[in-house]
Design a protein around this ligand. Sequence first.
Ligand SMILES: *Cc1c(COP(=O)(O)O)cnc(C)c1O
Length: 360
Amino acid sequence: MVGIAKPNLGLEEKEAVSKVIDSGIIACGSVVKDFENAFAGFIGASSGIATTSGTTALEVAIRAAKLGKGDKILTTPFSFIASTNSIIYTGATPVFADIDEESFNISPEQIELKMQKEPDIKALLIVHLFGNPCNMDKIMPLVKKYNLILIEDCAQSHGTSWNGKKAGSFGDVSAFSFYPTKNMTTGEGGAVLSSNPDFAQRARMLINHGMQVRYYHDIVGYNYRMTNIAAAIGLCQLNKLPAMNENRIKNARYYNEKINNPLIKLPKHNEGHVYHQYTIQIENGKRDAFTKYLEEHKIGYGVFYPLSIPEQKCYENMKFEIKYPVTDSVKNKVVSIPVHPLLTQPELDEVVNVINKFKA
Ligand SMILES: *Cc1c(COP(=O)(O)O)cnc(C)c1O
């Protein structure tokens, strides 16, 4: 079986966790502080606030930017549900713009159309999906033109860059996830990054019951604090991240070179892509036959995502517009295949051979 994801944890992490346990300070302490500083420094933001998950990081990011009830936030219909759920938790209203066919990311042209139709939209929440950067040369001028607050969902884009600048350093505020299947992990965990001191301070308060001074609660917050145990793992993972991403890119390039089945459309290599997923497209109607074939040949895969966000059952009562032609076409064709950094050469070759032999 070639698995779709495999966390890369070893002796380094075990020793770091042991050290925290021996220290007796296992909840939020100096190791979390070190991890926050190291991670924010790596991405290129002034402040980092570690949280319990990518989902809580997103919620805090939105609230740190003072968005909530009555505010419309424009986002992508093609992502993990947390991108939109986090908007809903804050009381804000999600609005969607369709994606670009090539990158699977929110389309700058569709953002512009939506802004012309609904100029009261206050913020833009982008997702660098599968580790592929959004086109920031097109998005930043729109952010400026329409005076939008920019939030980046970087749950799949640790180390992704656009023109050498890292995802998570463009927005007013950004959110990362350290779930085990992501490019780096802390077990569960997340981080909010911001270079806006006001937003960073608010995020810091929100994750810790609205406190700055102990037992003086200025705003209603949460307990979304990361533990020292998780942060210790995070520091090790951050050290390994550049090499792990290089392996992902190398694996993706190998597939691009070797997979040559005419039924399959490969992702175009994009500078700055870190291949959280390597996502191919199988012509409409043959996707389910293909995934069944992968199962028979013991190749792990994922369908990210089979439904658009606005059409999910949980949003039935929200009366979202549910027609997004590009998303609706792509969601029926996508399959993500193993690209994780621990794949061996025989495994890569097995994936290539199996896929090249697929017949409709
Ligand atoms: C994983 C993910 C999240 C949520 O992160 P969790 O740590 O699982 O809460 C949010 N957005 C996207 C795009 C994700 O892939």
